[in-house]
Design a protein around this ligand. Structure first.
Ligand code: SAM
Length: 456
């Protein structure tokens, strides 16, 4: 999760910068919430502070929220105040593994898998583990909704989205990591004894949804990892390497007993669902992965030109993940604007596809050589060809919009069928995902229609 977002690992100069930009807002108009204290966690903070040897927080307590456990304000909190400060010496990192085990796993698996092994080893030790008060408070397998746990029937609901394939890939990677670890740890009879793939998957999901990238590769930060995500929060978990602590600064005022939030990052619903097991009803960071089928449009020469010119490594400010004929689209905010959200590489791809003669392709390669080496980044001189190129995209978007609408319609029909609670929750998540991706496609389609109309 946080592991993929390096921007969350900040140093103390960032803290100062952040504090200077904090918005001071009044919380007087906000509804006061009831006390949500989780009685099962009353001894958690005293345990953590004993272990750390310092105070970790006087500002928050662990409570029950609509989304599992969460942190609540123990008293009024002012914007800019430090909510919690967790020393590195009470964080769980791959360093907690026995040195011999750490060496054996060193180059075999990534940080998430290593940290998952730490959790499993500590859980195996049981109540004798020094981390038992922490590991026993982590969500159980049934509480986690990451798509890696979805049944085939549930996954069918998101087949339209690239998340379906991403989930398959993630599951395959987890299985590979599990086999590798099993093989390595067989030498340490007892350490991994009785651990199943299901256990490993659960530990992997816990780490993926609540560990931060750190100087030790990845770290679980007890207490901070009970904070839930709010998309518009400007509070983050920050690492202060000089002080050897992780901390959270309030980005606005909180009244006592209000739930306290942070932002996990600017993630699409697809990422949120895979890594954290939830999807937002409206996600402003939504994006959709699309591919442009091109076999019938792509004779050998076009293919060679595309390979050679279209996707050079670039420092383009408009950075999008692109591989081959697959593109990441973000919401296009303005129909009349510059089309920000549609990657330039996608439009260039379509321009090459629309060429019908050898000469047109040669002209494009010549133009690329004379400019920055990137092919078809400028509008085609032949207006009708420029329109045709964008119509290729429009037709693909129309097809996808039709498919998304059909998937959403059939999902909405399932509503009346009595089903289990998990299925109902995941169906709602699937609808949030598909509706969000549809919104992105429709915004791109509207922009393309407007662009073609202005050229006509
Ligand atoms: C870092 S943990 C936060 C603590 C967690 N609620 C718990 O019970 O331990 C992240 C998990 O909390 C839940 N979560 C956090 N923010 C959420 C939100 N805005 N909507 C739904 N679930 C959320 C998800 O299950 C996610 O995987």
């Amino acid at each position: 999760m946080f592991l993929s977002s390096s921007s969350l690992t900040k140093h103390c100069w960032c803290l100062r910068h952040f504090s200077a930009n904090i918005k001071f807002s009044s919380s007087s108009s906000k509804p006061r919430l009831l006390n949500h204290q989780d009685k099962d966690c009353e001894d958690f903070l005293p345990w953590l502070e004993r272990k750390a040897g310092v105070q970790v927080s006087s500002k928050v307590y662990i409570g029950k929220s609509a989304h599992g456990r969460s942190l609540f304000a123990a008293e009024d909190i002012r914007a800019g105040e430090c909510i919690l400060q967790v020393p590195y010496n009470v964080q769980v990192s791959p360093d907690c593994l026995l040195p011999k085990v750490r060496t054996l796993l060193e180059n075999e698996v990534g940080n998430v898998a290593k940290l998952a092994v730490v959790l499993l080893v500590e859980q195996n030790i049981g109540l004798e583990s020094e981390w038992a008060p922490y590991t026993s408070r982590l969500p159980q397998p049934g509480d986690i909704h990451s798509t890696i746990f979805w049944s085939e029937r549930e996954l069918e609901m998101i087949r339209q989205s690239s998340l379906y394939q991403e989930t398959m890939k993630q599951n395959a990677q987890i299985e590979r990591d599990f086999s590798t670890i099993k093989l390595v740890l067989d030498r340490f009879y007892g350490i991994f004894e009785g651990v199943t793939l299901r256990d490993f998957k659960h530990a992997h999901a816990l780490v993926g949804s609540r560990a931060w990238g750190s100087s030790k590769g990845a770290s679980l930060i007890p207490l901070a990892d009970f904070l839930n995500h709010q998309a518009d929060s400007e509070a983050f978990v920050l690492n202060d390497e000089d002080m050897q602590v992780s901390e959270v600064i309030a980005d606005h005022d909180y009244a006592a007993h209000e739930e306290v939030f942070i932002s996990y990052g600017k993630f699409s619903n697809s990422t949120l669902l895979l890594e954290y097991g939830f999807a937002l009803p409206y996600n402003k960071h939504e994006e959709v992965q699309i591919s442009i089928p091109h076999h019938d449009l792509l004779p050998k020469m076009k293919f060679e030109i595309l390979q050679g010119h279209l996707f050079p490594v670039t420092n383009d400010a408009n950075v999008f993940k692109t591989s081959g004929n697959s593109f990441t689209i973000k919401e296009v905010k303005s129909v009349e604007g510059k089309g920000k959200g549609l990657p330039q590489s996608l439009r260039a791809f379509a321009r090459v596809l629309s060429c019908t003669s050898h000469q047109e392709l040669e002209d494009l390669t010549k133009e690329a050589a004379e400019t920055d080496g990137r092919l078809a980044r400028r509008p085609l001189k032949d207006i009708s060809r420029e329109i045709q190129a964008h119509e290729i995209l429009l037709s693909r978007f129309s097809q996808l919009i039709g498919e998304y609408n059909a998937s959403i319609e059939s999902l909405e029909k399932i509503c009346s069928v009595p089903t289990c609670e998990n299925f109902a929750t995941r169906r709602k998540m699937a609808l949030n995902l598909l509706n969000g991706e549809l919104r992105v496609l429709e915004s791109a389609s509207a922009w393309l229609k407007n662009y073609c109309a202005t050229l006509h």
